[in-house]
Each structure stands twice: as structure tokens, then as C-alpha cells.
Design a protein around this ligand. Sequence first.
Ligand SMILES: Cc1ncc(COP(=O)(O)O)c(C=O)c1O
Length: 425
Amino acid sequence: MKEIGGVDIKYLAEKYGTPLYVYDFNRIEENVRKIKGAFKYDEGRVKIYYALKAFSHPVLIKFLKDRGLGFDCVSPGEIRLALECNADRKDIIFTGNYESYEDLEFAYKLKVLINLDGINSYLRLRKIGKVDFISFRINPGKGKGKYEQITTGGEKSKFGIPYEEAVEAYRIAYEDGIRRFGAHIMVGSGILDKDFFPSIVEHFLAILKKIKEQIEIEFEHIDIGGGFGIPYFDDKSELDIGYTGSKVLEVFNEKVGEYRLGKPLLAIEPGRYIVGNAGYLITKVCGIKKSYHNFIGVDAGFNIFARPALYGAEHSVCVYNGFDKGKIIANICGQICENTDILARDRELPDLKEGDIIIFTNAGAYCSVLSSSYNMRYRPAEIAIYNSKDHLITRRETFEDYVSRFCSVELEGKNGKDEGTGGNA
Ligand SMILES: Cc1ncc(COP(=O)(O)O)c(C=O)c1O
């Protein structure tokens, strides 16, 4: 691998330093085009809300807004960022969980659509003010995800209202006089099985049918969440997004009609699919060690690339301008003082030397956003490449940034142990 979006990787590493996140915005544009095509995007009938949590950068928000996407936000901070990037409040959804009174008040005052995570979220919301539209996140009793940690439907999930209790939720709102409704599911992330999506939508709509049979309501907004996967190192094939979109639409249109659920808009909330394969983490080899394993130490740790440590995720690894034949089997590790700081395990690598550049691919979603400055290893700069031009979109964090939040306080009074005892006695 030598280039990203037509720009030489070594040039980027020298110009901006490493570690460095690089995003190919032409690839993002292509992903948007693909998912819009697959779901026959149409403002009035099918709407795409990018899940901001995957990579929440203002440059990306504006880029996606200009291409017609709305935004799914999980916190007041994300809502605020989307608004500051001039997203229309009508194009923003708030899907929190265990939302505080303050979270709900924030979203309520801004009049963004809220997917409520529980019945008691609704009880908090109605204390804030009058609502005329309610949407609940339902846990449909099953889910799927590339890892258990990112499977968000089913018995082990903390999200949503168990589907058996969903009628009760809608009934309470109905008895309060609410007549406009939505419904939401989000059952997992990183799903590559094209048949899963139409089948979970069918199951979801059957749940809504049961609700409708008990309370005569219709739905204006039916949101099936995100979860559309991309292939990583250990996956064999990619998600057939064309088939997924058309089958979902087929099931949706058929069942919504059959169950007389109203004329709902279909909403999807892709995150990973939009940015995942457009991001790269550029690192430099700092040290090579032959221990009980071979270790290649690079200048990025799990503090800025958490997915391997967090989920056991495996990203593909490329070496700049090379990688013909594997010569050694090695673990690639970072510089963080934790044994979990392994970024790739048992990889076949060529003979490497200090200063060589290693690139982790598919690092666009849930990578830089999970960064911290643990060990005082600072967060990297970020670069957008569009039409073969590189742009700095996030500057590298510095020591001064890190310490700027500390408050200088003189703690007064004596340590109890010191009083009259002369210290540690
Ligand atoms: C509510 C909600 N919507 C959408 C997404 C996006 O999921 P993905 O990136 O898998 O498309 C998530 C991810 O966790 C989510 O929690």
C-alpha cells in the first residue's frame, strides 16, 4: 500500500507526523451513494441518519449534510455539534439510553425527534413538557453483531423496551392523549449477513402489528437503526448492500400495508458503513523485540485505537510500499503500559525495521472517537483527503492541551496522620 485517495502515505507521515488518522472522503462519498441507492433514498419515504458516534467530526457532518443525510445522536453533545454544523433540527434524531432529565430536556427544547429508551424515560419526558409525538426503542428479543459486545438486541442487551412490554409503553402515551407515534430498533453492529436485515424488520413489524391490534395507533416513523457491516481482516465477504436495501424495502412496504401500520417513513442509521472503510491509522515502527513472541512496537496504542483491546477486533495491516512475503509472525503492539495493548496478533509480516510505516485499514468508524490520552500519549492529528488533496482537520493534541483542564488548588489543612505524630509513626 502506497497511497490513500491518491496521496502518498510517506508524504503524509512526514508532513503531519505519526500516529495519524487519514480519511478518504471520496470513499465516504461513494459509500453514501451506495447506501442511498440500495435503500432508494427519498426524503419523504426513506431517510438516512448518519450515526454520529462512529466518527463525529464537523467536516464530516457538513459533508454528509450536503449530501442529504440527517444525524442520529446519542448525547446532547452530539446534537449540539450537528446543530452547530447547520444540520436542521428536523434531520436530527436523539437515541440516548438511560437518558437523564437534563438530556431529555435538552432534546425536547430543541424539538428533535427522540427515540425513548424506556417507559420511565417517557415518564421523565412528560414532566418536562407537552409532547405530541412519541417513539420508543424496542428490544425485539433478538439481535446480532460481529461481537457480543456490539450486539444490542436480545436478553443480554441494556437497550430499549423488551418487546413484551412495548404495548404498555404505547398505551401509557396513548392514554396521555398522544396520537402520533414512531418506533425504533437497533439490534447490533458489524452485521454482514444480508438476510438478517429483512428478517429482523419482519419481526419488528410483527411486534408493531401486535401493538396496533391492542391500541388503534399508526406509525409515522419506523427506524430500523444501523448495523450494516464492512469486512475486516477476518471476514471473507462483504455485505451485499443492494440486496439488503431492496429486500428490507420489499418487506417493509408489504408488511406495513398488510398490518395497516399507517404511512411511515423508513429511517436507517448507518455509522460504520459510511466511514468504516474510509479511515486509516498510519503508525511508525519504534522498536522490534524478539521475546517469547515477536513484537513490533508502533507509536499508536490502544488509547487511540481501542477496537482490538475492546472487542478483540482484527484490522488488516499493510506495510508502506511493501508486503510481498511474510517473513515473521509477530504481534503488533503499542507503547501503552498495559498488556492489553496489542493492536494485531500473530500477523505474517515482512522483515521490518525501525521507522517503517505500518497502516491499519478500516479505521474510520469507532476508532479515533474512542481515543484517550492515557499514559499522556496524546491524540493524533487527522487528515481528510478529497480529490487527491490533503487537509488537516484535527490538530495533534499537545501536553498543553492535556494539562489545560487541570485546576491548580492548594489543599489546605494538615494530613490527619501528621497531627502530633510526626508523620508515619
Ligand atoms: C442507536 C444506534 N443507531 C445507529 C448505530 C450505528 O451502528 P453501525 O455503525 O453499526 O451502523 C448505533 C451504533 O451503536 C446505535 O447505537
